[in-house]
Write a protein that binds this ligand. Structure first.
Ligand SMILES: [Zn+2]
Length: 138
């Protein structure tokens, strides 16, 4: 849940989701946490509904990443968690832009405090398997 740390990734990787039965709960956005959620509820962050979902142009997400890079703020965690949650729906082009921006900033040390750096590294780790993994869901 929000505020608590995930037992699988040691980050607050949770997002609020709604199940088909109407129940709302916080689910994990890391691979092992998502597997646990599927086992526990039948759904994970990708197959359940975001009750506050809004449609935004993907450029808003890549712009949020550029805004967050270099900052030392809670907003870095919020941006990283939301980008990971939206990742399956992003185009290959947007994925490449975000990963390149984050990787360049991490490599150059332009990522705020160590806690912020860990968040950006979490984004890279969570998304590396899906780069080049084909077309997103529509
Ligand atoms: Zn987690």
């Amino acid at each position: 849940m929000a505020g608590a740390y995930c037992q699988f990734c040691n980050h607050r990787c949770f997002v609020l989701r709604r199940l088909p039965n109407g129940q709302e709960l916080h689910v994990a956005t890391c691979l092992r946490g998502a597997a646990y959620d599927r086992e526990r509820t039948g759904y994970d962050f990708q197959t359940s509904t975001n009750p506050s979902d809004i449609a935004v142009d993907p450029v808003i997400l890549s712009s949020a990443v550029r805004y967050g890079l270099g900052r030392s703020s809670y907003i870095v965690h919020v941006i990283v968690t939301n980008v990971i949650a939206a990742w399956p729906n992003l185009t290959e082009g947007t994925r490449e832009v975000i990963r390149r921006d984050v990787k360049d900033a991490v490599d150059a040390g332009r990522v705020g405090s160590d806690a912020d750096r860990q968040e950006w590294v979490r984004l890279l780790a969570a998304t590396e398997l899906t780069v080049g993994a084909g077309t997103p869901r529509s």
